[in-house]
Design a binder for this molecule. Structure first.
Ligand code: HDE
Length: 757
């Protein structure tokens, strides 16, 4: 019953994923070979590129090599002060024939080891503590001299090195990846004119408008003070209490309750600078700007049931996904786009463009794609790179400037400040943070200073004219000259006081399936609040967005069902808010994980065909077997023949860890059919709307399981037809070459069907 209740969300997900996940399951041999050849050639090309850049084309690679050692190179073991060490396993102590005496304090080697260990931890980030990073390249596709004179936005021949850190917000460093939360999307560009950081999120708006509210907000969202519960969740009284008391949070919490907050992968989410910045051109003219990252893979999410399970089954799911994709050379890419408002049009909208709780609807301010980001290199060591990387919204380069967005103004203070307590005042000298261009000024000293500056003066002006400020005509940064008028007071602009229009705009723009998920998300979250004041008031707040939604949620969470809308829904929609607006650039299964389930007696023709096809398409086949020792195909003698060693056995893997599952036919089906874990795997995959493929005897097994859960009516009818949308592809015939052809027809069918969406 539950499964059929949820069928609408299966439908939604299948539209997005079924083809991408499944299209290469059954490929004719010729196509297969061609695809393999292309993939291999593409792969080699990329490898050569990376090696070339490691050799010096990528300035950050070259820079980091200065501080990189290799534990696998045969070098001498030494103390930190360089003295060679002969023994590291025993503390120095008096030892007799019979026993050993006390450990001696004089052992400088043991003491050094323990001292270093005692101080290994640094404070975790106060927010965004859990994260992972990777290196990449930013390429400008279209210069924008009319808007900005920044080198990085004008020179299309440059390859600007970048470091990107993705994160969750609420949980601590060891929390799970797939929790419902906003994701950080912080990009550090190592430009020739200094570092430029876009410290963004995967949601384009924020909960609050003024930075002074940030400590209250973070206290409310983080684990509660009396018991430090919950971890990695917004599902608690204090969070919902706070957002009710701050109507400005209304727009953002709608996003946070949508599928955007449970991404399938960091590689499949958008990024937004959120705050409004300025672009300054050569003539000194200013345009307000918002920055966007649009993933080539499209925007995809988990379903909540998957997210919950994966949080326990593999808390590092997103971290590993990113690393795995880069290792497999399926480099994630994003378009870099800008939205621009000329300064003189600042007041032409019914929202304030400097209010970070508002988007600039695309219909009013179109997106312009001007560049591309590719992540193509994993980190070498987590702590010195991902943990020590330090982003600052205040890191801008000439040609870019701030705006009076009051959230940004506070952020510009906060990030630098927090790095001082996390890393110390000389944090900008750390290898991951230092720029690739020369750094020179009269800032000096402080704990852990690395740089040595020769000369007798450390101030300006000085009698030698040593290191004067860089002149504007030589590229020196000049702040935008802005005329300010107003009464100094603790307040905000009038348009900041409108909180509901865009919350409705967002909700109205979602597909039915996404709306269904929002209702479920509220129901989960408010169900976890045990203070009636909290969930009752929230039901009323939701009624100010959409009455129908509020009524659904109220029933589920035990609040009185609202009778009237707190405010009429204006019914308007906008593009780019539903994630259905972001399809994969090219439908691909590259980097997707495909499980192939086998036991002794599997059909080797079907197995080999699908395994090779999946690999050739750049996807990751994971063979799941009864055990991790060799498993034998039908007709292969276990004594003399060659078996397949599975990557995992049933206990070590779950359907939630993969994007699709294929089960070849063969006599192994008799045993599989009796195995509860396998039957559950099939049912769960179907429930999460993942593509399921089966051939030969496996078709009956899949059908039986789907019949048992009363789901067959949604699945493939017959052996050659692809199901309308439910991603179940079966070929019942014997696995001779003809049936590959048959399979190919099915794949084409799926393509035609999915092409409509
Ligand atoms: Fe942050 N935020 N933030 N934030 N934020 C931090 O800086 C802060 C805000 C974001 O991967 C901290 O280095 C204030 C919006 C990301 O290292 C801290 C305000 C957005 C990251 C801080 C905001 C963000 C942080 C903690 C309200 C989206 C992780 C550690 C005015 C545009 C960066 C650190 C990384 C981290 C302050 C609001 C994104 C304390 C005061 C809006 C992605 O400085």
């Amino acid at each position: 019953a539950k499964l059929s209740q949820e069928k609408s969300h299966w439908h939604f997900i299948s539209k997005q994923l079924a083809f991408a996940r499944f299209s290469s399951f059954v490929v004719p041999i010729r196509t297969l070979i061609l695809t393999m050849a292309n993939t291999v050639a593409g792969g080699l090309h990329k490898v050569q590129e990376v090696i070339k850049s490691a050799a010096g084309e990528d300035k950050k690679v070259a820079d980091l090599l200065r501080d990189t050692a290799d534990v696998h190179k045969k070098t001498k073991f030494t103390t930190d002060y360089g003295a060679p060490v002969a023994e590291t396993d025993h503390w120095l102590k008096p030892v007799s024939d019979k026993s050993s005496g006390p450990s001696l304090l004089e052992d400088q080697i043991a003491r050094e080891k323990i001292h270093r260990f005692d101080h290994e931890r640094i404070p975790e980030r106060v927010v965004h503590a859990r994260g992972t990073g990777a290196f990449g390249t930013f390429t400008l596709k279209e210069a924008i001299p009319e808007l900005s004179h920044a080198g990085v936005l004008n020179d299309t021949t440059r390859r600007t090195p970048v470091f990107v850190r993705f994160s969750t917000v609420q949980g601590s460093r060891g929390s799970a990846d797939t929790v419902r939360d906003v994701r950080g999307f912080a990009v550090k560009f190592y430009t020739d004119e200094g570092n430029w950081d876009i410290v963004g999120n995967n949601i384009p708006v924020f909960f609050i408008q003024d930075a002074i509210k940030f400590p209250d907000f973070v206290h409310a969202v983080k684990p509660e003070p009396h018991n430090e519960v919950p971890q990695g969740q917004t599902a608690h009284n204090n969070f919902w209490d706070f957002v009710f008391l701050h109507p400005e949070a209304t727009h953002m919490f709608m996003w946070a309750m949508s599928d955007r907050a449970i991404p399938r992968s960091f590689r499949m989410m958008q990024g937004f600078g959120v705050n409004t910045f300025s672009l300054i051109n050569k003539e000194g003219k200013r345009h307000f700007v918002k920055f966007h990252w649009i993933p080539h893979l499209g925007v995809h999410s988990l379903v909540w049931d998957e997210a919950l399970k994966v949080a326990g089954q593999d808390p590092d799911f997103h971290r590993k996904d990113l690393m795995e994709a880069i290792d497999n050379k399926a480099y994630p890419k994003w378009d870099f786009a800008i939205q621009v408002i000329p300064e003189e049009r600042q007041h032409d909208f019914d929202f304030d463009p400097l209010d970070a709780t508002k988007v600039w609807p695309e219909e009013l301010v179109p997106l312009r794609v001007i560049g591309e980001l590719e992540l193509n290199r994993n980190i070498d060591e987590f702590f010195p790179q991902t943990e020590q990387v330090a982003f600052c919204t205040s890191h801008i380069v000439p040609g870019i400037d701030f705006s009076d967005d009051p959230l940004l103004q506070g952020r510009n203070f906060s990030y630098f400040d927090t790095q001082i307590s996390r890393l110390g005042i000389n944090w900008e000298e750390l290898p991951i943070n230092r720029p690739v261009c020369p750094v020179m000024n009269h800032n000096r000293d402080g704990a852990m200073r690395h740089k040595i500056t020769k000369g007798t003066v450390n101030y300006w002006p000085n009698r030698f004219d040593a290191i004067p400020p860089t002149k504007p005509e030589e590229g020196g940064f000049v702040s935008f000259q802005e005329k300010i008028l107003g009464i100094k007071k603790r307040s905000q602009g009038p348009k900041f006081r409108e909180y509901h229009n865009q919350a409705q705009l967002f909700y109205n723009s979602l597909s039915e399936y996404e709306k269904f998920h929002v209702a479920k998300a509220f129901s989960f979250e408010l169900d976890h609040c045990d203070d009636p004041v909290v969930y009752q008031r929230m039901a009323l707040r939701i009624a100010e967005i959409d009455l129908e939604l509020a009524r659904k949620v109220a029933v589920m969470v035990g609040a009185p069902t609202p009778e009237t809308a707190g405010r009429q829904n204006h019914g308007k929609k906008s593009r780019g808010l539903s994630q259905l607006d972001f399809k994969p650039r090219i439908p691909t299964i590259a980097s997707r994980r495909i499980a192939i389930i086998i036991g002794d007696g599997f059909d080797s023709v079907a197995f080999n065909g699908v395994y090779t096809a999946v690999k050739a398409a750049g996807a990751i086949p994971l063979v799941i077997g009864t055990k991790r020792q060799p498993v034998f195909a039908d007709g292969v003698d276990p004594q003399t023949g060659k078996g397949v060693t599975p990557d995992h056995q049933y206990d070590g893997m779950r359907s939630t860890m993969v994007d699709a599952t294929f089960i070849p036919g063969g006599s192994h089906i008799k045993a599989l059919a009796k195995n509860g874990q396998i039957r559950y795997w099939i049912a769960e995959s179907f429930g999460h709307l993942k593509a399921l493929g089966a051939t030969g005897e496996a078709v009956d097994l899949v059908k039986k399981v789907l019949t048992d859960i009363d789901a067959l009516k949604f699945a493939s009818q017959g052996s050659t037809a692809v199901s309308e949308s439910y991603g179940v592809v079966t070929a019942a015939g014997p696995q001779k070459p003809e049936s590959f052809k048959e399979g190919w027809e099915m794949v084409k069918g799926a393509k035609d069907f999915l092409g409509k969406f």
